[in-house]
Design a protein around this ligand. Structure first.
Ligand code: FAD
Length: 305
C-alpha cells in the first residue's frame, strides 16, 4: 500500500534533481523529493583540506568495482545538492560539434538525436539560475550566443593573468572559465564569496557557490507543494501492470520501508546510482533491469580523477 501519492517524485537532489525541483516548484504540482543524504552542516570542516582530501570526510565510504574487479573509490557525496556541493562550479556549455558523431581513440561517440540548438535556451536559463560569471566571444569553439553571461568574468589571479597574456601573444585564445559562484568584484562588501582558496572539492562554508542545494532545493522547498525527505534511500522502482511506466518507489527511511506512488517518477541519482536502481528494479517484464534492453545500463562509466 502506498504511503502517499504525488504528481511528481524526484529521486536525488543534485544537479539534475535539484534543478528540476526548482523549475517545477512554481507549477503547483504535488512534488516529493527523496534524498538519501542530509544537508551538509556549515562547520569548520567545510574548509579543512586535510579532512576533505586525506580523510575524505564528506565522501561516501562505499567501494565500487570495475569490470576487472579493480577497486574504485568514488569521488561521490550523498547529501542535499549531491556532487554540486563539492564541484568547482565551472559551468561550460557543450560545443555544437559535441552533438555530432565524434571519433575518439577508443571508439565512436554516435551522433545525438538532439542538437545543440535544442538545448541552447535551457543553457541560457541554467546560466541565470546558477549565476554564471564569464565572457563570451573569446573562445572560438563557443557556439554563437546572443546574450552575455549573467555576470562579468572572474578576474584572473596575477600568475594566471601572466600565463593568459603569454598565450595570447602566441596567437592562442585563452578564455575565462565560466564559473557559478556568488562573487561581486565591483563591491566586495556585498560579495558572498570572499575568493578564498577552498572552492573546488570543498563545500562552501559561506554558501557562496551556486550549487543545487542553495540555488534550487532551498527555494523549491519554500513552496508548500514541494516536500523534501532526507535520509530516504530509494531501493526499488515499481512499474505499472503493463511494465511501461514507473509508478512507485520503495524507499528506506529510518530503517523502515515506505512506498510512494507518483504519476511521474524522475530518476536523478547520478550516473552510477541511477543505473544501480534501474538494475535493482528488474521484474518479470524487465528481467535485465528497467530501460535495459540494450544491456548497456551501468556500463561505460567514466569519471574524472
Ligand atoms: C569534486 C568535484 C568537482 C566537480 N567540478 C565540476 C565542475 O567544475 N563543473 C561541472 O560541470 N561539474 C563538476 N563536477 C561534476 C558535477 O558535480 C556532476 O556532474 C553533477 O553533480 C551530476 O549531477 P547529477 O544530478 O547527475 O548527480 P549528483 O549531483 O551526484 O546528484 C545525485 C543525487 O542523488 C542522490 N542519490 C543517489 N542515490 C540515491 C538513492 N538510491 N536514493 C535517494 N537519493 C539518491 C545523491 O545523494 C545525490 O544527492 C564535479 C564533481 C566533483 C565530485
Amino acid at each position: 500500500m502506498a504511503d502517499s501519492h504525488y504528481d511528481v517524485i524526484i529521486i536525488g537532489t543534485g544537479a539534475g534533481g535539484g534543478t528540476l525541483a526548482y523549475k517545477l516548484a512554481a507549477s503547483g504540482k504535488k512534488i516529493l523529493l527523496l534524498e538519501r543524504g542530509s544537508f551538509i552542516p556549515r562547520e569548520k570542516a567545510n574548509w579543512d583540506s586535510q579532512l576533505i582530501f586525506q580523510k575524505e570526510y564528506y565522501r561516501t565510504q562505499e567501494i565500487w568495482y570495475d569490470k576487472h574487479g579493480k577497486v574504485i573509490r568514488p569521488v561521490t557525496h550523498y547529501n542535499v545538492g549531491g556532487n554540486t556541493k563539492f564541484y568547482g562550479g565551472a559551468l561550460l556549455r557543450f560545443r555544437e560539434q559535441d552533438f555530432n558523431r565524434v571519433f575518439h581513440q577508443d571508439g565512436i561517440s554516435p551522433e545525438w538525436p538532439l542538437k545543440y540548438q535544442d538545448f541552447a535556451p535551457y543553457y541560457t536559463e541554467a546560466e541565470k539560475l546558477y549565476e554564471v560569471h564569464g565572457q563570451r566571444n573569446i573562445d572560438p569553439t563557443e557556439p554563437q550566443i546572443s546574450e552575455d553571461y549573467p555576470f562579468p568574468p572572474i578576474s584572473h589571479e596575477p600568475y594566471i593573468q601572466e600565463i593568459n597574456d603569454a598565450l595570447k601573444d602566441k596567437g592562442l585564445h585563452p578564455f575565462y572559465l565560466p564559473l557559478g559562484i556568488k562573487l561581486n568584484e565591483t563591491n566586495r562588501f556585498l560579495s558572498t564569496c570572499i575568493r578564498c582558496d577552498t572552492c573546488d572539492g570543498f563545500p562552501c562554508f559561506l554558501n557562496a557557490k551556486s550549487d543545487a542545494d542553495v540555488n534550487c532545493v532551498r527555494p523549491a522547498i519554500a513552496n508548500q507543494n514541494v516536500t523534501l525527505i532526507t535520509q530516504a534511500k530509494v531501493l526499488h522502482l515499481h512499474t505499472s501492470a503493463s511494465g511501461r511506466e514507473v509508478n512507485g518507489v520503495v524507499a528506506e527511511i529510518a530503517g523502515k520501508r515506505h512506498i510512494f506512488s507518483g504519476d511521474i517518477v524522475v530518476l536523478a541519482c547520478g550516473a552510477i546510482n541511477s543505473a544501480v536502481l534501474l538494475l535493482q528494479s528488474a521484474n518479470d517484464q524487465h528481467p535485465n533491469g528497467l530501460a535495459n534492453s540494450s544491456n548497456l545500463v551501468g556500463r561505460n562509466y567514466m569519471a574524472h580523477k
